[in-house]
Design a protein around this ligand. Sequence first.
Ligand SMILES: Cc1cc2nc3c(=O)[nH]c(=O)nc-3n(C[C@H](O)[C@H](O)[C@H](O)COP(=O)(O)OP(=O)(O)OC[C@H]3O[C@@H](n4cnc5c(N)ncnc54)[C@H](O)[C@@H]3O)c2cc1C
Length: 474
Amino acid sequence: MGKQILRAFALRMTLRVRFFAALRMTAKWQGYFRMKKVIVIGGGFAGLSAAVELTSAGYHVTLVEQRRFLGGRAYSFLDRKTGLALDNGQHILMGCYKNTFRFLEKIGVTDKLYVQKNLHIDFLDTNGNASKLDCLPLPAPLHIASGILRFNALPLTDRFRMLRVAGEMLSGNSKSLSRDCTVSEWLHRLGQSKKAQDTLWNIITLATLNENPDKASAGLFKAVLKQAFFANRQGSRIVLPATPLSRLYVDAAENFIRQREGTIEKGCIASEILIKDHAVTGIRLHDGRVLKGDYYISAVPYDSLQKLLPDKKGISVTPLFSASPIISIHLLFNDSITDYRFAALLNSPIQWIFNKEKLYRDSSYRGLLSIVISGAHQYLDVPSEKLVDLALRELKKTLPDTTSAKLLYSKVIKERFATFSPVPGVNLNRPSQKTPIQNLFLAGDWTDTGLPATIEGAVISGYQCARLIAETDA
Ligand SMILES: Cc1cc2nc3c(=O)[nH]c(=O)nc-3n(C[C@H](O)[C@H](O)[C@H](O)COP(=O)(O)OP(=O)(O)OC[C@H]3O[C@@H](n4cnc5c(N)ncnc54)[C@H](O)[C@@H]3O)c2cc1C
């Protein structure tokens, strides 16, 4: 009798547990069906940051990426010959990349960054001289003034003249830039000597705008200088990935989205954005399927968006942008070449050297240097072997240890469409994230962010799309 009561009690308990589990499941599915659906096209920084923001706000996100891997123009891959994960190109972040840090914080990877205490750049001259831009821990703009005044690669008169640019930034005086012009023209107006332009301004322009000063927009340059060097001391610090790019953010962003019921389809090409009566009705995929959502974000480059929108539907995606390339040369030597974590080269076609062993604190990267040539228009058609020879020649002049070291391996990566070319007036062609189509939003470093094509610009655009969707929904 006692056993029977116990058995009946156990059965009741099991049924009760099952009932509540079923109820929870139903609630979960009901919740799922109540969740608004967002389709994101493109898995670069813009698409991933939008997707992360929206999944954490309770949207159901489906992200489609045409390649078999995420990361867009900022990724790493496994190099079969060396077994090392190599970046498609070294990416430099700055302390002022506030939105990027928020994104990286959300996906929990800020510990994988190397963050400077104060702005410090070592410069190596091809004559064998070294100098440094070393900013003292002072409040802005005194920190940058302290760096410029002690930058001994330039005569003192040039350093004082550089302070004129600082004055221009701080006074808010736009007389020297009433109409956008090239960086070279603007610097000339501000009395910058040719030596100062060739030595420091050239490298800052290429690093921030990926374009030569005689082509790049002074308006955009001024915006970057203001934000990066004059807003506050922390904003000027250089921040570098301390691990290959995909390990830094791609894997973590993917996990974050999937853990919150998001779906990611790789190797999935969007072929058309279907529009009817001023609203997107779906995304046609290459395999014939149509994905349907409540909202749609295009986070693809401008040339891809043009193909997705055969009839422009009032969206300005005119082919007015031209591209600016970046060439990366990975050189693996038989031993460590330098103690510098990174250095800039003066008076050289190469702008930067990055020492991956030091950056990653990983001995398997011993002897691996990554070389960067930005705004590399004239080197695009140069064969890779010749680019390696050029890099070795420049390294021998600046880092004498290269002469005795043995080069074991090299890999040249030419990113033809690294960024849009930020020519004067370019901002006039950049569309807003909001479109005339009520449920379609545009993300991407090329949209109107006020910044050049950068990671921070891409993330700003992704966040702006997420914000606009939340506002439309409210
Ligand atoms: C070599 C190199 C060095 C750089 N260095 C720096 C740096 O130091 N600092 C910095 O801030 N920025 C740097 N940048 C720029 C930075 O990488 C970009 O600004 C940023 O990654 C752009 O992100 P995005 O999401 O806007 O576009 P993308 O990264 O281009 O992402 C767009 C994605 O959309 C996908 N896609 C396109 N069409 C379709 C389709 N039809 N269907 C599905 N998917 C599609 C693409 O495959 C791609 O993955 C560098 C870029 C390069 C190439």
